[in-house]
Design a protein around this ligand. Sequence first.
Ligand SMILES: Cc1cc2nc3c(=O)[nH]c(=O)nc-3n(C[C@H](O)[C@H](O)[C@H](O)COP(=O)(O)O)c2cc1C
Length: 362
Amino acid sequence: MPAVPAPPGGPAGASLSGTLTRPSTPLPSPWRLCVAPMMDWTDRHCRFFHRLISRRVRLYTEMVTTGALLHGDVPRHLDFDHAEHPLALQLGGSEPADLAHCARLAERWGYDEVNLNCGCPSERVQRGAFGACLMAEPRLVADCVAAMREATALPVTVKHRIGIDREDSYAFVRDFVGTVAERGGCEVFIVHARNAWLRGLSPKQNREIPPLRHEVVHRLKRDFPSLTLVVNGGIAADDTIARELGHVDGVMVGRHAYHEPWAMASWDARFLGDSAPAPERDAVEQAMVAYFERLAAVGGSRLQASRHIMGLRNGQPGARRWRQVWSDPALRSEPPARVSERARAALQAAGQAMASEAAAGT
Ligand SMILES: Cc1cc2nc3c(=O)[nH]c(=O)nc-3n(C[C@H](O)[C@H](O)[C@H](O)COP(=O)(O)O)c2cc1C
């Protein structure tokens, strides 16, 4: 299991005389590069896998509602592996007292941040009067943030959209951010740079159809230079991340990180100031095999966890055969080490066959 990563840029050191030495260059923002919260996807198994690929990227849980924590099985919702740090808990809710209680739990559990969801458009969430519909009530969001900040020393952040329904004036999102920052004391805003259409679109369509407008987030950063602004939505290439970092403090990547996890292997060195050697795919697979074995030993489901690693070999010849072996129902009861052995043999054989075909075709 990897060690708990040090803070980005390394800790400030202590000199022999005992006084703190200051790093000569400013530390990068802890929000410089984040993997988005994704319901059913970024569970603890997925986050453990992502952490093996990037030591530094900031990870987010799936949204956990205040109701689930007030009335449900708290350890089931909040437990995580300490290797996952830095890790934020995302909460869904709109009652300041409930959110304050959950923020306290987050701190007790050892999370690094509490994030409030003001961007989810699902009907279930709207019925609970939270998620994206909260953007219409900036004062309530400010009260929620203020109550959470009162309850915990952790950073309290907000993830939101740039508007709801057809409201696409800049003033709407500017006033939302202004109110939540001034009244609530929020200093970090993660902005999914498209509107949420609360009627007529499914959550999936709401991540695809309303147009992306990253420039709105850039403008927010210009208007609120002292706040941390993180842009999210449709970012799927390292060069785009680099370009966006020229405008804002951080970038959050969702679907691309999930489907193409190996993209994260270069992020520590390129964006997060960590020059340690990048991981190898074989080593990540071996670490996941050990993880699946530990999971099985405590009665967990290997399938629940192994579905997240399907993109590990993308880009390698034979990746499709490797995935087929890992998801073969006939191998469900095989020990994970055996499945991995077969998958890697299939990868190698398919890779060799492709290379010989290519050579024969030339
Ligand atoms: C399967 C799935 C589940 C999601 N669940 C959440 C969630 O629980 N909380 C949240 O704030 N956003 C959620 N999102 C939205 C993402 O965090 C992100 O804002 C969105 O996918 C846009 O970023 P991307 O284009 O990089 O994927 C989800 C997205 C997906 C694909």
